[in-house]
Each structure stands twice: as C-alpha cells, then as structure tokens.
Design a protein around this ligand. Structure first.
Ligand code: SAM
Length: 280
C-alpha cells in the first residue's frame, strides 16, 4: 500500500510555534524532505528528533521529486518541510504536491505558521477578500505586466519580498498604485524585532530609501477603491464596437450595446465610434 505525504509547517522565527502535531508527524515519518537540510537539522536538533533527511529544493526538484514519489508509492511516509513556514506556499513543495496528487497519493496538510496569513491578520487592512501575489518577478517585463494586471484589484494584496529588493519593489508598487495607497509592512514576524508599519507606499518608499531595510518582509497592500477602477479607453470602446459589428450588429445597435456592456453614457461611445469607425 502507498504511503503518504505530510506537509509540515515550521516556525517562521519563533521556535515555540511548532505544534504538537507537527512534532509528532516529524517523529513518525519514515523520512523528511527538506528545502535546506542544514536549516531543518537545526530544528530537528532543537526538537531532539533524529530522522533520515533528503534534500528537495528548486534546482533538484524534478529528479528528487520522482525519487520521493517512488519511496512513497513503495509504502513510506514522507514529511515535507521548507526552510520556514508552510511548504508549497512560494517554495518548491508545490510541485511535489501536484506529483503526489496525480499519482493518487494521499497528501495531508497540517495547519501552522505561514508568513502571508500571519502578516494579513496583523495588517489592519481588510481581510474579507484578499489575493496572494507571492514574489514579483525580477524580469522587468513580467514584473510590469504583473503590476499592470493588479492596478484595479480591489482585494487586499499580499506580496513576499527579500530585503535587498524591497526599496525597488516599493517604488514599482507606488508607481503602479499611487503613493497614497495604504500598505502594512510586516517585518521579522514572530521574531525579537518584529515590527508592523502601517503607512502608505510613498511614505514607506521614503523611509526605506533613507534607511535600507533589514530582515524579512511581507507587504500587505490595500486594494483599489471601486471608483479608482480605470475607465475604458477609446481603444477598449473601439475594440468592443468592432467585435459587435463583426457579429452583424448595425453601428447604432453596436453603440447601444457597448454603452450597456461598458457602463458608459451612449454619447461617449458614439464619440469613440465616430473616431474609430467609418460611417455606415
Ligand atoms: N512558505 C513560506 C510561508 O508561507 O510562510 C514562505 C517562503 S518564501 C520562500 C519566504 C518569504 O516569506 C520571505 O522572503 C518573506 O517575504 C516571507 N517571510 C518568511 N518569514 C518571515 C518573517 N518571519 N517575517 C516576515 N516575512 C517572512
């Protein structure tokens, strides 16, 4: 019979945050797959657990994932841990979970520390609807596209960032969302120097330009106000009109339908039609 994969969250700073169930799972697993075996060994030593460790990280995950899966299929139980926090959230565990699920292996996630949720809950920003955006890409083009896609996002947004990239990220966020957008910078969560700074993107940028950031950060950024939603551009209106006319609607009907679809006054759509489309 196949074994199981357990996702075991580990402390994001305070070792006291390891739960009884996590501890027991680490003790009882046949082996532990760890993002960095040195980091996990320290935790295991602290807990007094001796266990076979295998490494599973970004650059060996294709090969190691298959080997781990084979061991599980042969009946062993694996506990997956990342360096800190919940495995599979912005770390390589995501792929192993998918592989196991596809192979019909039972995956059991144990609840526990997660930097994103810890930051969101303490941010003071709306928590009813939120989206997790993880790390922004370092490639300029995809970073810009990512931020562009979030310009009108109304849910509270969660970003992870490394300290040496924080100032550049704040600058890009301030440019995309405006300097007045509220942000909570959650630094060194659960650690001795935990700090929650509830401010705006512009002020945070000023602060960390003057004083380079240190430690680990989660950024919780307020969503856009409904009225900040961008009005459709002339090109958007023209595209909608053209699509409707291509479906066989007359120019007049296409204007009426576009006004309804885009929630715009008819005269605005009519003006766009005059500029973009030839007369009937
Ligand atoms: N899987 C982990 C989790 O969900 O908690 C996150 C792993 S991700 C590779 C690491 C990022 O999590 C850091 O760059 C930082 O943004 C955030 N992070 C982790 N620990 C943190 C802490 N104690 N305080 C603030 N942010 C933290």
């Amino acid at each position: 019979m196949a074994g199981m994969l357990y996702l075991v969250p580990t402390p994001i700073g305070n070792l006291g945050d390891i739960s009884l169930r996590c501890r027991q799972t680490l003790e009882e697993a046949d082996f532990i797959a760890a993002e960095d075996t040195r980091v996990t060994l320290k935790l295991l030593n602290h807990l007094g657990i001796k266990k076979c460790l295998v490494s599973y990280y970004e650059h060996n995950k294709a090969f190691q994932g298959q080997k781990i899966l084979e061991r599980i299929l042969a009946g062993e139980t694996c506990a997956l841990v990342s360096d800190a926090g919940s495995p599979a959230i912005s770390d390589p565990g995501e792929d192993l979970v998918r592989q196991c699920a596809q192979a019909g292996v039972t995956v059991c996630a144990i609840p526990g520390p997660c930097a994103a949720v810890t930051a969101l809950s303490v941010s003071g920003l709306p928590t009813g609807r939120f989206c997790f955006e993880g790390f922004l890409s370092t490639a300029k083009k995809s970073r810009r596209e990512h931020l562009e896609s979030l310009k009108t996002e109304q849910r509270t947004m969660i970003f992870y960032e490394a300290p040496h990239k924080l100032t550049a990220t704040l600058a890009d966020l301030a440019q995309a969302f405006g300097p007045d957008r509220p942000v909570s910078l959650c630094r060194e969560l659960t650690k001795l120097h935990e700090q929650i700074l509830r401010t705006t993107l512009g002020e945070a940028l000023e602060l960390y330009t003057a004083q380079p950031p240190k430690g680990e950060f989660v950024l919780i950024v307020a969503g856009a106000q409904p009225e900040e939603k961008e009005a459709p551009s002339q090109e958007d209106i023209a595209r909608r009109l053209q699509a409707l006319m291509a479906q066989g609607l007359s120019r007049k009907d296409a204007v009426r339908q576009t006004a309804v679809d885009l929630r715009l006054p008819k005269n605005v759509v009519y003006d766009a039609a005059l500029k973009a489309l030839p007369e009937d």
